[in-house]
Design a protein around this ligand. Structure first.
Ligand SMILES: Nc1ncnc2c1ncn2[C@@H]1O[C@H](COP(=O)(O)OP(=O)(O)OP(=O)(O)O)[C@@H](O)[C@H]1O
Ligand SMILES: [Mg+2]
Length: 151
């Protein structure tokens, strides 16, 4: 279900929400593996669990993309310039730490036509992005193995 939706041209972003430990990160990585052929420039996984402030999102993105800050240039502009020509899946893991930074995502999606974003988050994620689907994961039983609809 997740992969099928991300393959749709009209879907630019999916959020995976659910309680701690339900399997959001694991599912996002499985999706990335399945969809490598879809994204010519690959997948970029951005862990945000150590990022405590929304202002830390752009530096975390730049680090994951291996972009060095150039003096006199906005780091976010540099990130957009790099991503603008790319076909890439961006995974933003643990976005609940930086919810006010959702604007960064909409700006990126608007600037970069080949970009799709997969967000994992604990909290209800009010993204404000039109071409986004939100999915909530629920564990089948505590401590049990849960099969999520990855395809
Ligand atoms: N479908 C599954 N079947 C069995 N084990 C799973 C499954 N999904 C996740 N796990 C295991 O559960 C643990 C937590 O998974 P994961 O880190 O993906 O959860 P999470 O929702 O991202 O948690 P958090 O909210 O803390 O980031 C991991 O040890 C993982 O291996
Ligand atoms: Mg996680």
């Amino acid at each position: 279900m997740v992969c099928e939706r991300l393959r749709r041209v009209d879907v630019r972003m999916i959020t995976l929400m659910g309680t701690a430990g339900v399997g959001k990160t694991r599912l996002s990585l499985q999706v990335a593996t399945r969809l490598t052929a879809l994204f010519v420039d690959g997948v970029c996984f951005v862990p945000l669990d150590q990022v405590s402030e929304p202002d830390g999102v752009v530096p975390a993105l730049a680090q994951a993309l291996n972009i060095q800050e150039e003096k006199g240039h906005s780091l976010f502009e540099q990130v957009k310039t790099v991503l603008r020509g790319q076909s890439l899946l961006l995974i933003l893991d643990n976005f609940e730490h930086v919810l006010p930074a959702r604007r960064v995502i909409s700006d990126l999606l608007a600037a970069c036509p080949g970009l799709k974003v997969l967000v994992t988050s604990l909290a209800g994620f009010n993204h404000g992005v039109a071409q986004c689907i939100g999915l909530t994961l629920c564990a089948a039983r505590p401590g049990g193995s849960t099969q999520f609809p990855i395809d």
